[in-house]
Every structure is written in structure tokens, then in C-alpha cells.
Ligand binder design. Structure first.
Ligand code: NAP
Length: 336
């Protein structure tokens, strides 16, 4: 039986990946912060099926101990301060988790588990204000926030460790992927939530935004720049790609994305249409929510993944948004 270790198992991707690996017959270990595991989290339903090792990657975590306990054949390094917008306010912590902790993990693998295969979670945010209209594995990085800068650092170190020590370390440069498990402070989930509130006639929502105000206030949802466009895919499709990447004979990096661009306006249209509401009456653009420096056009060219992995997304943008809105409707109905 193969053994896998997932850092960040309590998150969106970690939980879907754990499900996938369990289905495939893996023994799954997860690294989690004790306080997070004791609260409801994305992987709570997997308690008893996965083995949890406790630790915080930016405190005195003994990674040698974690590797010796889990003895993983495959390691998926997903732990991250994963909110680019918030990384301005939490820049030092972001660098520690997204940058330095990754290097500590590569070093521990080199010393204690050199035969393990490592997947590292890089991000399309690294492309930032890209000079290319579409990005692939060869496109250069122009990060525009602390999150992306820290990811660039770890991405380069992953390649340096791979080449210097002949380790099996790969990075997946994943474009945005969403799901019913996205926390409420992420854009797509806010829109799904806003649409569900509109459908249920909720004008002041029970859940609060990052400014401590109702996410929907006076019947309206505040968003940033509505022209922002992203390549949005469905998270379970993307964790399948992570696993496929580690099954390749030789370690090599992959861009994973749908190759389709949608604006925030389109996202609102689809979400509110799902519940028969007019998004224009329910959403407005608040200048305070516009990022200091917005990334440019970030659109995947996933040709390498299609050709070498045989990977392609199975869930469309519209279907994904529909599922997210439905999940928020169910959740809000239970609360009332
Ligand atoms: P997520 O839901 O925010 O999960 C992040 C995970 O990292 C959580 O389990 C979190 O644990 C853990 N973590 C954070 N700080 C930690 C620390 N100091 N020690 C140990 N664990 C820590 O993120 P996600 O969406 O699943 O993303 C997974 C990875 O893919 C991340 O590296 C993210 O940057 C990257 N990525 C995501 C996307 C996307 O669109 N989702 C796109 C590109 C790349 P707690 O529960 O304790 O906070």
C-alpha cells in the first residue's frame, strides 16, 4: 500500500486530495495545526480514515519526525497562507509559510526521505503582470503581491533541490480552482453566497466580510474590480492533476488550468441567474476592495498537461458556479 503525506490537509485542496488518495487505496497522513483540526474543517469528515500528525510549519516543527512517522512515498506540500489579497497585511508570515517552510521540507526530504516523490503547490499568481497573454511552463514570473513573491521563491527552490540533489520534486503551477469548500472570504464563494442570499431574500447576511460587516448589507454585495478576469476551474479536477503529476516517470513542472477566461461580471451573471435574480441590482464595485496592484491577464495554456498527463477539466465554469450557489443555499437554509 502506498503512503502519502499531505501538508494543508484541512484546506480545500488537501481535503479533496485526501479523498482521492483514499479511493486509490493509499494510506494517507495529514499534517495539520492542532487548533485547526479540533475545529470543523474541510477534512473533518475524514477523521478516522486519515492519520493526522500535528504541527505548525512556522513554529518548531520537527519535519524529520513527521517524515519518519509517515514514511511517505508521495508528499503533497499544499500548506500555505493562501490569500493573495491578505498577504499584504501578513507579509512576513506569508513568506515564512509559503517560502521558507517549503525549503525546510525539501531539506528534510533530502536528509530523511530522499526517495519520496514531492508535489509542491505553486500558483498562477506568480505570473502576476505577465507579458504573455497565456502562460505555460516557460513563461517568466512577474509577481505583484507578497503571496506570489513567496511562491516564486519556493518554486525556484523546488527546481534547485530537484536539480542539485537529484530529488523527485515537481511543482504544479495551478490556476484558480474553486469549490463548495472554498472559505467565504474568497471571491467566487462570496458571489455564490451573495446569490444565495438574494434568492432567500436575506438583505443583511449572518456571515461577515473581512471588514467585520455583513457580506451582503442592505441587499448588496460589495466586490472589487468587476472587470477582473480569471481562469477558474473546479478543485476536484485540479487535485486529480496533482496526483497525475507525481505518477510521471521523471519529475517535471506543469501548468494546470482550464484555458478559459471569465470576468467577475460573468461570474456574477451566472451565479445570480442560477437563482433567477438580476446581479446588477445586488452587486456593486467598492474601490476599497480593489487590490493595490492587480495581476494582468492570467490565462493558462495547459497543453503540456493535456499531452503528457492526458489531463483535462471535467466540470464547466457554469456547473461549478451552480454547485457553489446550491451549497450556499443549503447552508443558509439550515441556519434559518
Ligand atoms: P487553503 O484551503 O487555504 O488551505 C491551506 C492549508 O494550509 C490549510 O490546511 C492551512 O491550515 C494550512 N496552513 C496554513 N498555514 C500553515 C502553517 N503555518 N502550518 C501548517 N499548515 C498551515 O488553500 P487551498 O485552496 O487548499 O490551496 C492549496 C495550495 O494550493 C496552497 O498552497 C495554495 O497557495 C495553492 N494554490 C491554490 C489555488 C486555488 O485556487 N485554490 C491556486 C494556486 C495555488 P489551517 O486550517 O490550520 O489554516
Amino acid at each position: 500500500m502506498k503512503r502519502a503525506l499531505i501538508t494543508g490537509i484541512t484546506g480545500q485542496d488537501g481535503s479533496y486530495l485526501a479523498e482521492l488518495l483514499l479511493e486509490k487505496g493509499y494510506e494517507v497522513y495529514g499534517l495539520a495545526r492542532a487548533a485547526s483540526w479540533s475545529q470543523p474543517n474541510c477534512a473533518s469528515h475524514l477523521a478516522g480514515h486519515v492519520k493526522i500528525l500535528f504541527g505548525d510549519l512556522i513554529e518548531d516543527l520537527e519535519l524529520a519526525h513527521v517524515l519518519n512517522e509517515a514514511k511517505p512515498d508521495e508528499i503533497y506540500n499544499l500548506a500555505s497562507q493562501s490569500r493573495p489579497g491578505e498577504s499584504w497585511a501578513r507579509a512576513p508570515e506569508t513568506l515564512e509559510v509559503n517560502g521558507l517552510a517549503a525549503i525546510k521540507l525539501f531539506e528534510a526530504v533530502r536528509k530523511h526521505r530522499p526517495d519520496a516523490r514531492v508535489y509542491h503547490a505553486s500558483s498562477s499568481e506568480m505570473f502576476g503582470q505577465s507579458h504573455s497573454p497565456r502562460q505555460d511552463e516557460e513563461t517568466s514570473f512577474h509577481p505583484v503581491n507578497p503571496y506570489a513573491a513567496a511562491k516564486v521563491y519556493a518554486h525556484h527552490m523546488a527546481a534547485i533541490y530537484r536539480d542539485s540533489y537529484n530529488l523527485y520534486i515537481t511543482s504544479g503551477i495551478l490556476f484558480n480552482h474553486e469549490s463548495e469548500r472554498r472559505p467565504l472570504h474568497f471571491l467566487t464563494q462570496k458571489v455564490a453566497y451573495g446569490a444565495a442570499c438574494a434568492a432567500l431574500g436575506i438583505t443583511d447576511s449572518p456571515d461577515l466580510n473581512e471588514r467585520g460587516r455583513p457580506i451582503v448589507e442592505d441587499g448588496r454585495l460589495a466586490l472589487g474590480n468587476l472587470d477582473t478576469a480569471r481562469d477558474w476551474g473546479y478543485a476536484p479536477d485540479f487535485v486529480r492533476a496533482m496526483w497525475m503529476i507525481l505518477q510521471q516517470e521523471k519529475p517535471t513542472d506543469f501548468v494546470i488550468g482550464t484555458g478559459k477566461l471569465h470576468t467577475l461580471t460573468e461570474l456574477c451573471e451566472v451565479a445570480y441567474q442560477t437563482v433567477g435574480c438580476d446581479w446588477k441590482k445586488c452587486v456593486f464595485s467598492d474601490p476599497a476592495l480593489v487590490r493595490p496592484l492587480e495581476p494582468g491577464q492570467i490565462l493558462a495554456n495547459p497543453a503540456k498537461a493535456r499531452e503528457l498527463l492526458g489531463w483535462s477539466p471535467t466540470v464547466s465554469f457554469e456547473e461549478m458556479v451552480g454547485r457553489m450557489v446550491q451549497a450556499q443555499l443549503t447552508r443558509l437554509e439550515k441556519l434559518s
